[in-house]
Write a protein that binds this ligand. Structure first.
Ligand SMILES: C[S@@+](CC[C@H](N)C(=O)[O-])C[C@H]1O[C@@H](n2cnc3c(N)ncnc32)[C@H](O)[C@@H]1O
Length: 393
């Protein structure tokens, strides 16, 4: 790239920086995009490519070792002062020479700070990686998905480089036929299921629709407090219902959390109160008839169109005409300029579920294909996951 182009990139950074709305993720992403364009312009292509080919996979190794050994806890627990590799190794029961290699690698990606030749201090990333949600994300992503990723070369050579329609790379790697979520709920996979549950709070930066959108305009205000306001279908631990209740405590109406029996069995019902937990397989008829709204957060992106139609049909049959709606809180992938979050989720959905993230046209064709209509697609503070309001046609 020429110096004229670099000056152009710097100018755009200045412009975007001056108009930055820091609290708005979209505005921050736009500035970051320009900053990355500058890095791309300055970094030799060979370095950039080698960083992806060599550093990205090996960084997974260093992160998972650091997470599983308790390295981030040891680094953060007694304050942010620098610690020697020897003292950290002693705390976690590792060999100092081994840990030194992991620590210096983590420092290259600023996940920790190298303060001296063998001293390290935590930074914001180290604190995050020691928090239960991000630890859960590391375990559920890196440990659970690694077998599928390792299987990618032979899988796509065998199937001919096309979207998986039968067994997914994940299922093929593990030689299983059940969907990932049922496999994850097997007793022997409890560690992965628990990690995934805590990781759910950090998806897409944790942007929540009920924090920014006009909730009463979307849900209405029920006059009968015994009526059902929202059914969270496949709601896992109920993060969205808990958050909605906390943010809007005076909203009348019952809140119901549904998930597979093994997932519901892991909940502490007393902690959830007044939210009601219910065992329900969304491929069977919806037992809660005539709720004001049925909520599907990052559910349909786990399923191909055929399975998604079945899930939606079961809700459609339970809806009261002119009253009930479905709220889909999922990625709407742009036709141009999709970000890393959308694209990486899309590949994960392909590997794990034989599914995909959907564009606005994909959503419209899925929903209109079963005789329903999209009333509005709400932007949730610039997050990738939008709120799609669906009603009977
Ligand atoms: C990607 S998670 C989303 C969880 C939650 N909606 C959220 O975004 O935090 C998918 C959820 O679907 C649930 N699930 C998978 N298959 C199901 C089925 N057949 N019936 C009901 N829930 C199911 C899983 O147990 C899991 O909690």
């Amino acid at each position: 790239m020429s110096s004229t182009e670099i000056v152009g990139a710097l100018r755009r950074i200045k412009e975007k920086g001056e108009s930055l709305e820091y609290a708005n993720p979209r505005s921050r992403r736009a500035l970051l995009h320009e900053a990355k364009a500058l890095v791309t312009a300055l970094e030799p292509a060979q370095d950039a490519v080698l960083r992806l080919l060599i550093n990205q996979p090996t960084l997974i190794v260093s992160i998972i070792i650091a997470v599983n050994s308790g390295f981030f806890h040891a680094l953060v627990n007694d304050g942010d002062d620098p610690k020697t590799v020897e003292s950290l190794a002693k705390k976690i029961g590792a060999e100092p020479a081994f840990l030194a290699r992991i620590a210096r690698h983590l420092a290259t990606e600023t996940l920790i700070v190298e303060t001296n030749s063998s001293d390290y201090a935590p930074n914001a990333a180290s604190h995050l990686l020691r928090s239960p949600p991000m630890e859960g994300m590391a375990i559920s992503m890196l440990e659970a998905m690694t077998p599928a990723i390792m299987h990618v070369p032979s899988f796509f050579r065998k199937t001919g480089y096309k979207n998986p329609t039968g067994r997914t790379p994940f299922q093929d790697a593990l030689n299983i036929d059940e969907p990932v979520f049922k496999w994850a709920l097997r007793p022997e996979n409890l560690r992965l299921a628990k990690s995934f549950r805590v990781a759910l709070t950090v998806k897409d930066g944790g942007a929540r629709w009920y924090n920014t959108l006009p909730v009463e305009e979307i849900l209405g205000r029920l006059t009968d407090p015994a009526a059902i306001l929202l059914v969270d279908v496949g709601g896992n631990v109920g993060n969205d219902l808990i958050g909605l209740r906390k943010t809007h405590p005076s909203l009348p109406g019952r809140l119901i959390l549904q998930d597979l029996p093994a997932s519901i069995a892991m909940l502490n019902k007393d902690d959830l109160h007044p939210i009601e937990a219910m065992r329900h397989d969304f491929f069977t008829p919806q037992p809660v008839v005539g709720a004001k709204a049925y909520f599907l957060k990052t559910i349909l992106h786990d399923w191909n169109d055929e399975k998604s139609r079945l899930i939606l049909e079961n809700l459609k049959s339970a809806m009261k005409p002119g009253y009930s709606k479905i709220l889909i809180n999922d990625v709407v992938i742009p036709n141009r300029g999709a970000g890393w979050y959308d694209c990486s989720q899309d590949i994960l959905m392909m590997l794990g579920h034989g599914a995909q993230e959907r564009s606005e046209e994909d959503w419209r064709s899925l929903i209109e294909g079963i005789g329903m209509q999209i009333r509005k697609i709400w932007d949730v503070a610039g997050a990738s996951e939008k709120l799609i309001e669906v009603e009977l046609a």
